[in-house]
Design a protein around this ligand. Sequence first.
Ligand code: SAM
Length: 299
Amino acid sequence: MIAYLASEKFLPELLEELKDVKSVHGNLVLTDGPLQNSVWAQNIWLDAQIIPFESISQASKALKSLGKLWACYTFENHRRAQLIQDQLPKLRPRVLDFLSELPENNLGAWTLLDKNTLLASPTTNSRFPLGDVKFNEDKKTPPSRAYLKLWELFTVYGIRPEPGQRVVDFGSCPGGWTWVLQRMGCEVISIDRAPLEPSIADLPGVKFMKTNAFNVKPEDLGRIDWFYSDIICYPEKLLELVQTWQASGLCSNFVCTIKFQGETDFKTLKKFLQMEHTRIQHLHHNKHEVTVWIKPPSS
Ligand SMILES: C[S@@+](CC[C@H](N)C(=O)[O-])C[C@H]1O[C@@H](n2cnc3c(N)ncnc32)[C@H](O)[C@@H]1O
């Protein structure tokens, strides 16, 4: 069986996208059938097994026989689960530096379905305990915490620009993304209706344009290697903007945040998912928003 763990608050979104749901346990959704693409799962348990047990030591022995390192998810029976976890080898989650090597993929995940039943998966889709990615943050230089979304995408998913590439950053104020892109060695055209932090606007390789992103025509900028957008706007408007740039043929790599106000816009999300070479993921550092990236293999 395969189990999908929703990020905090996004269980309804996960249930909307998953098929063949067998049962729901807190934020964990158990399914029958093959692995499904999921936008909203923060951790996928690839080989989930149900194991009945009587005592704490029996439960920990069963887990040890299946794998070495275990992350524990609880939705009830917290104390009993802690007693079991205490008998397992101690998990020391890595705190990542930007662009550092990833930890080994050797983590299992488990939960208590009830007092006497474990659900345990010796393999998951993440190198981080329950998909929880933590960075050694830079709390001084970047002017907003939005930079963590790009840090996660670049470090964990390897979706990043090359030094010297020409990129546009739409909705860039106060400048977290522009700061990351400049530090990658890119030439950054940074665009927002609001002013950029002066310390970011003055960085070499950054050109700031104070204007409405939707009035900028692709021909105004010419060929660019990457299109970045963290604009706050309706998903439908972002989709139009991306399609305009795709149609121009002047850019083929895209990274955008799709932000939801109120209800999640599943209809537009589906339209994004239907585009070629697209992946959409609710990153650990996303709020009520998801990150979409489009990267054709040859680009
Ligand atoms: C979440 S903030 C971006 C944070 C930024 N990525 C960072 O790392 O600091 C969203 C930005 O979108 C900008 N924005 C909203 N509508 C816009 C538009 N039509 N044109 C340009 N910028 C827009 C807002 O001014 C705001 O600065």
